[in-house]
Design a protein around this ligand. Sequence first.
Ligand code: HEC
Length: 138
Amino acid sequence: MRQQIYSIATASLLAVVLAATGCGGEEKDAATPKADAPVTPAVSQTQIVNGRNTFLRTCAACHGTDAKGMPNNGKDLTASEFVKSQTDEQLLQYVIQGREVPGGVSMPPRGGFPEDQLTDDQIRDVIAYLRRFPGNRP
Ligand code: HEC
């Protein structure tokens, strides 16, 4: 019985992750990097699921629930040359600071949320989620 609950829980977690990544054939298995792939810190599925939930709560209003951006608002975050060019740490600093766009629409610091509603660790989860999109990988 307990066993059964675990496998149902695992299956639904997997379903959520697959849905989150819009997983198609292009999704390479991140768990089995090639021998010469750069070593990156392990990212857990929990982190990605949390990241997606935080994204929906704090970023989706401007970047869209599918993260593909909105007209005259948040940019596409599924295939961004900028995201691609930044390390995770640089992206964290970017989201904390935002980007002032004179005469245009700015990216507010921390998406406009106070730190107790959007912590650095929660932003790290969002970054892990965004990295799942192949267009955002260096
Ligand atoms: C109030 C609206 C708003 C919210 C909320 C918001 N953003 Fe943005 N974001 C923007 C806008 C507008 C831009 C584009 C700024 C520009 O034109 O350079 C942007 C740009 C970005 C970029 C740079 C993309 C690129 O290709 O240059 C990243 C990364 C980003 N946002 C991440 C996030 C994350 C992560 C969150 C949630 C924690 C978030 N944003 C929440 C409005 C928002």
